[in-house]
Design a protein around this ligand. Structure first.
Ligand code: AMP
Length: 284
């Protein structure tokens, strides 16, 4: 049987454990999650394991990053299974605030408001308060855990850029590491929200990645970005998605680009399939 990770439920308990490791001169990596762990999350945990002596995984469904109409109460919560999976991966500590007020105590009144990549006109155009919620909770996690490394998935590419920028702008002494997207055999990016898909929707869902890859290939061959994106948008809509965006952006700043010469480029997509909103992205 794998050894169960330690469990911290309060900031004080978390800090006691972190202090022990620091006194022993050990390095620490943090993997922030909202739980409902799948292979994508576990790949981040494995990457973290290779970087540092100790590995902390946080599990907190952050209400501040859900809009009122979004799925905060319905979001899948599978804590016991998550901890068992983390034991298999030899995680050292699970940081799971006992309740929302451990993270946001009575009177909480301070938020991080990111700009730059957080205002790129991608996710932020559809979820206006999302990155404020993400940046605020991630800043708190960084300050609570004070890790040497923090691992985030490229799956949430704009989030990765926002968090990387924030760590640099606030002189936080840690390195943000991006990890490649883990996919199902048919190409669908793994996501805790894929459980919402009906069987029919699940069959159509891999279209997003297929279109992204095809567009990336054509752009790399030097064809007009605007023409290729128009074709890609049509293909996604023909497959019954309600498309939010399909865009080519500078891979670091997320600013608009007009040709591969403006590169490195990233293609990013978001689309609604029935009740489920899917996002994905690829490099060019
Ligand atoms: P979440 O629990 O959805 O907030 O995700 C926690 C972390 O796991 C984030 O850094 C995500 O980008 C990352 N992640 C989620 N899905 C995947 C995936 N399919 N491949 C790689 N990383 C992922």
């Amino acid at each position: 049987m794998a050894r169960r990770p330690k469990l911290a439920r309060t900031v004080a308990a978390l800090r006691r454990q972190i202090a022990c490791w620091r006194e022993a001169g050990e390095t620490i990596a943090l993997v922030p999650t909202m739980g409902a762990l799948h292979e994508g999350h576990l790949s981040l945990v494995r990457l973290a394991r290779r970087r540092a002596d100790r590995m902390v995984v946080s599990i907190f469904v952050n209400p501040a990053q859900f809009a009122p109409a979004e799925d905060f109460s319905a979001y899948p919560r599978t804590f016991a299974t998550d901890v068992a999976a983390l034991a298999q991966e030899r995680a050292d500590l699970v940081w799971a605030p006992a309740n929302v007020s451990v993270m946001y105590p009575q009177g909480f009144a301070t938020r991080i408001v990111p700009e730059g990549p957080a205002l790129a006109g991608l996710e932020d155009a559809y979820r206006p308060d999302f990155f404020k919620g993400v940046a605020t909770v991630v800043a708190k996690l960084f300050i609570q855990v004070a890790p040497d490394f923090a691992v985030f998935g490229e799956k949430d590419y704009q989030q990765l850029r926002v968090v990387t920028r924030m760590a640099r702008d606030l002189d936080l002494p840690l390195r943000v590491i991006g990890a490649p997207t883990v996919r199902e055999a048919d190409g669908l990016a793994m996501s805790s929200r894929n459980v919402y898909l009906t069987a029919d929707e699940r069959a159509v869902a891999p279209t997003l990645y297929r279109v992204l890859k095809l567009c990336a290939k054509k752009i790399a061959e030097g064809r007009s970005i605007q023409t290729i994106l128009t074709e890609g948008r049509d293909a996604i809509e023909r497959a019954r998605f309600a498309l939010d965006y399909l865009e080519a952006r500078h891979a670091e700043t997320l600013l608009p680009v007009t040709s591969v010469a403006d590169g490195p480029l990233r293609l990013l997509v978001a689309a609604q399939l029935g009740k489920t909103r899917l996002i994905d992205n690829v490099g060019v």
